[in-house]
Design a protein around this ligand. Structure first.
Ligand code: GLV
Length: 329
C-alpha cells in the first residue's frame, strides 16, 4: 500500500524521524537554515501533510500550492504563523505543541530575568576580557531579584510556571490575563490579579506570556513603558510583536525603564540596533530550546500527523471542525 506523503521543513530528531517513517513517505528539508518561500511552495505541492516550524508562513497561497494537503503540524505552541481560518476553509487540520514546553520556557524566562537584573553579560565580558583588576565594591552592581514584585501578563500554563519559580525568590506575584485564575490557583501561587496598567506600574519585573493575537499585538507600547518604574525590567519570551520594538528602544534610550531581556523580536531574525545595549540581554528565540523539550515537540507534531491519517482525532488539533463525520473521536 502506498504511504501518504509528508514534507517536513526540518530533519527533526531521531525519535520523531523513526516514528513518522513507519507511516509516511517523508521528504525533509536538510539544508542548513530555513527553506526559502519558493522552495517551500514547490516541496509542499502534492504532499498530504506538512510538518513545519514557526518560521514558515502557512497561508492561502501555500494552501493553494498544495491541493492534496490535509494536515499542518506546527512544531511550536504559538501558531501565529498559520492562517487557521484559511486552513479550516480548506479542511486542513492544524496542530501545535502545547504543554511540553511550559517548564522549559519558564526556566528560560528566569534565565533572562536573572541575567539582566544581575548584569551577567557585562560580568562575563569583563571576566573574559583580560582587563579584570579584581573584586571591587561598586563593580557591576545590579538589582536584587528576591523580595521584589514580579508582574506576569498572560497567566496561562507558562505564566503560571514562571510564577511558581518566583515563590522561591520570596517575590510578590501580580498578574493580568483575559481571564481570572481560579481562587485555588491564586492561593497556590500566591498570585494577585490586578488590572493590566497596575501590573505594569507596580512590578519590578514585567514578564510577558501572552499568545500573539490581534488584541495582544503592541500590548507593550510607549504608554505602558512610561507607566513602568524607571528601575523595572521587561522580559519577553512570548512573541516579538507583543512589544512595540521602536517604543522599547526609545524607552531604553531615555532611561524610562532599567533594562530588558528579550528572546523574541518584532521582525525576527532582525533585531533593532537600538536594542544592542549593555542593559539589554538578547537571546535568539531559545526559550523552549532544551534537547529534551524540542524532541518532545517534534514527537508531538509527528503523533498529531499520524493520528489524522489513522482516522483518529489529532490530540492537539486547533480546528477540530475540519474532522469530517466518522473521522473524529
Ligand atoms: C516557540 O516560540 C513556540 O511557540 O513553541
Amino acid at each position: 500500500m502506498t504511504k501518504p506523503t509528508v514534507f517536513s521543513t526540518h530533519p527533526l530528531f531521531e525519535e520523531p524521524r523513526r516514528k513518522i517513517a513507519e507511516r509516511f513517505d517523508v521528504e525533509y528539508w536538510t539544508v542548513p537554515g530555513r527553506p526559502p518561500r519558493d522552495e517551500l511552495l514547490r516541496r509542499v505541492a502534492g504532499k498530504d501533510a506538512l510538518i513545519c516550524l514557526l518560521t514558515e508562513t502557512i497561508d492561502a497561497e501555500l494552501l493553494g500550492a498544495a491541493p492534496r494537503l490535509r494536515m499542518v503540524a506546527n512544531v511550536a505552541v504559538g501558531f501565529d504563523n498559520i492562517d487557521l481560518q484559511a486552513c479550516t476553509r480548506r479542511k486542513v487540520a492544524v496542530s501545535n505543541t502545547p504543554g511540553v514546553l511550559d517548564e522549559t520556557t519558564a526556566d528560560f524566562a528566569w534565565t533572562l530575568l536573572l541575567a539582566v537584573a544581575r548584569r551577567l553579560l557585562e560580568g562575563d565580558a569583563l571576566a573574559r576580557s583580560g582587563q579584570w583588576q579584581g573584586w571591587n565594591l561598586d563593580q557591576i552592581c545590579g538589582a536584587d531579584v528576591w523580595g521584589k514584585t514580579l508582574g506576569i501578563l498572560g497567566f496561562g500554563r507558562i505564566g503560571r510556571a514562571v510564577a511558581r519559580r518566583a515563590r522561591g525568590f520570596g517575590m510578590r506575584i501580580v498578574y493580568n490575563d483575559a481571564a481570572h485564575a481560579t481562587a485555588e490557583i491564586e492561593n497556590e501561587l500566591r498570585a494577585e490579579f490586578l488590572e493590566r496598567d497596575q501590573v505594569v506600574a507596580e512590578s519590578d519585573f514585567v514578564s510577558l506570556h501572552v499568545p500573539l493575537l490581534p488584541e495582544t499585538r503592541g500590548l507593550i507600547g510607549a504608554a505602558e513603558l512610561l507607566r513602568m518604574k524607571p528601575s523595572a525590567f521587561l522580559i519577553n519570551t512570548s512573541r516579538g510583536p507583543v512589544v512595540q520594538e521602536s517604543a522599547l528602544v526609545a524607552a531604553l534610550e531615555r532611561g524610562t525603564i532599567a533594562g530588558a531581556a528579550l528572546d523574541v523580536y518584532e521582525n525576527e531574525p532582525r533585531i533593532s540596533d537600538g536594542l544592542r545595549r549593555p542593559n539589554v540581554v538578547l537571546a535568539p528565540h531559545l526559550a523552549s530550546a532544551s534537547t529534551e523539550t524540542r524532541t518532545k515537540m517534534a514527537v508531538m507534531a509527528v503523533e498529531n500527523t499520524i493520528a489524522l491519517f489513522d482516522g483518529r482525532r489529532p490530540p492537539n488539533i486547533l480546528n477540530p471542525e475540519v474532522l469530517h463525520e466518522g473521522a473524529a473521536i
